[in-house]
Design a protein around this ligand. Structure first.
Ligand SMILES: Cc1ncc(COP(=O)(O)O)c(C=O)c1O
Length: 396
């Protein structure tokens, strides 16, 4: 039998998707499941994006430029301009989802054996992207008590070695919902300048900032232009996860020339999805205003409901649509599986993502889960009452 690579064997399983077989078995038993485990929004995709694909007059579905349509990149630059980010089309490469942009970034700044520092808990797939690049993730723990604010800079400095190439942040955070302040971004800027590192900011949830708080892009840290790489995506912004369109943005010309070689190797991002994404940029502000107010309403409903369950603690999110929830159980992994295998109330149950998979420090997040509030308010209310019932029945 030919051997699978060590790299392949060490690729992590998705903590978000590993419970899927148990969910499928529950569904086969006639149980309906409120899926709080994945960030698939139920919000409608803007009609203009769908119409653009329907109306596309195409005879050959051809490759596009490896950096993506110029017309799309120009419109995207104008879109960032409206948000106070001064960028040109040549600073942007369109990717197949934010996921590919993260791979381009990782590939462009690290060699096998290098290290990146990431505040944890973090988006679990960063582990997969790092492993695929032969890179080690050095975590710096952010605390539940602080709502997952930026850990002290001294903690980052403790992790910096000659192999450290970049610091990766997610702003607003998945799974934490934390939104970094200007002061925190300034601290990070000083740090990357001092140690000559890249600062990769995953801003795919940039529009999802609540309570009047403003999202601050790493691209506006103008004293570190050569260090900053921004990752973006249409997946959540326009509820277009299946389009598979994202981008990598940087003013560092060397970095972009390198990322372009990765882009050329995979030829081009998807053509039809670029047509949809370009059209989506005409979406009026009223769409976002409605979406944001819907998410705020959902967040408030969820947090209020969860806080009323004895023994449950929530770190109230300021952005994105996730929160980390501490449960009165010993092992949230076992509990999440039990919810699908052994629990039901009126033929219903819930699916959550055990949070340990969002940490890379062994033993962290063991009694936590991540909940995505991507369901309608009525469903969230029902999901919370199912959780309450389940916790009463569960024997550790
Ligand atoms: C923090 C974060 N970054 C990147 C991605 C990847 O998004 P996509 O590849 O769909 O653009 C996701 C998807 O859930 C995410 O949550």
């Amino acid at each position: 039998m030919p051997k699978i690579s060590h790299k392949g064997q060490s690729m992590p399983e998705s903590p978000i998707r590993k419970l899927v077989p148990f969910a499928e078995a529950a569904e086969a038993r006639g149980i309906s499941i409120h899926q709080l485990n994945i960030g698939q929004p139920d919000i409608k995709t803007p009609q203009a994006a769908l119409n653009a694909v329907k109306d596309a007059d195409i005879e050959v579905l051809s490759y596009s430029h490896s950096a993506g349509f110029l017309s799309y990149r120009e419109k995207l630059a104008a879109y960032y301009g409206k948000q106070g980010i001064d960028i040109t089309a040549s600073d942007i490469i369109i990717s197949t989802g934010g996921s590919e942009a993260l791979m381009f970034a990782m590939g462009s700044v690290t060699d096998p054996g290098d290290e990146v520092i990431i505040p944890e808990p973090f988006y679990a797939n960063y582990n997969g992207f790092a492993t695929a690049s032969g890179v080690t993730v050095k975590p710096v723990i952010s605390s539940f008590e602080s709502g997952f604010a930026l850990p002290p800079i001294s903690e980052f400095e403790k992790q910096i070695t000659a192999k450290t190439k970049a610091i990766v942040i997610c702003n607003p955070g998945n799974p934490t919902g934390y939104l970094y302040s200007q002061e925190e971004l300034d601290q990070l800027s000083e740090l990357v300048k001092k140690h000559d590192l890249f600062l990769i900011a995953d801003e795919v949830y940039r529009e999802f900032a609540y309570d009047g708080l403003q999202h601050r892009s790493v691209l506006n840290q103008r004293s570190i232009d050569e260090h900053t790489i921004m990752i973006d995506s249409v997946s959540k912004r326009f509820s277009m996860c299946g389009a598979r369109i994202g981008c990598i943005v940087s003013r560092n010309k060397n970095l972009m020339a390198t990322a372009m070689k990765f882009a050329q190797a995979r030829l081009s991002p998807p053509t039809l999805a670029q047509i949809a994404s370009e059209a989506a940029l005409d979406t009026p502000q009223s769409y976002f205003d409605e979406v944001i107010s819907e998410y705020v309403d959902r967040r408030n409903t969820l947090v209020e409901g969860l806080e009323a369950i004895p023994g449950v603690r929530v770190a109230k999110p300021k952005g994105a649509f996730y929160c980390i929830v501490e449960l009165p159980v010993k092992n949230a992994d076992d509990f999440a599986r039990w919810l699908l295998e052994s629990f039901e109330y009126n033929k219903k149950t819930i699916m959550v993502a055990p949070a340990a998979g969002f940490y890379s420090t062994e033993g962290e997040g063991i009694n936590q889960v991540r909940i995505a509030y991507v369901l309608k308010k009525e469903d969230l209310i029902e999901a919370v009452s199912l959780l309450k019932e389940a916790l009463q029945q569960y024997k550790d």
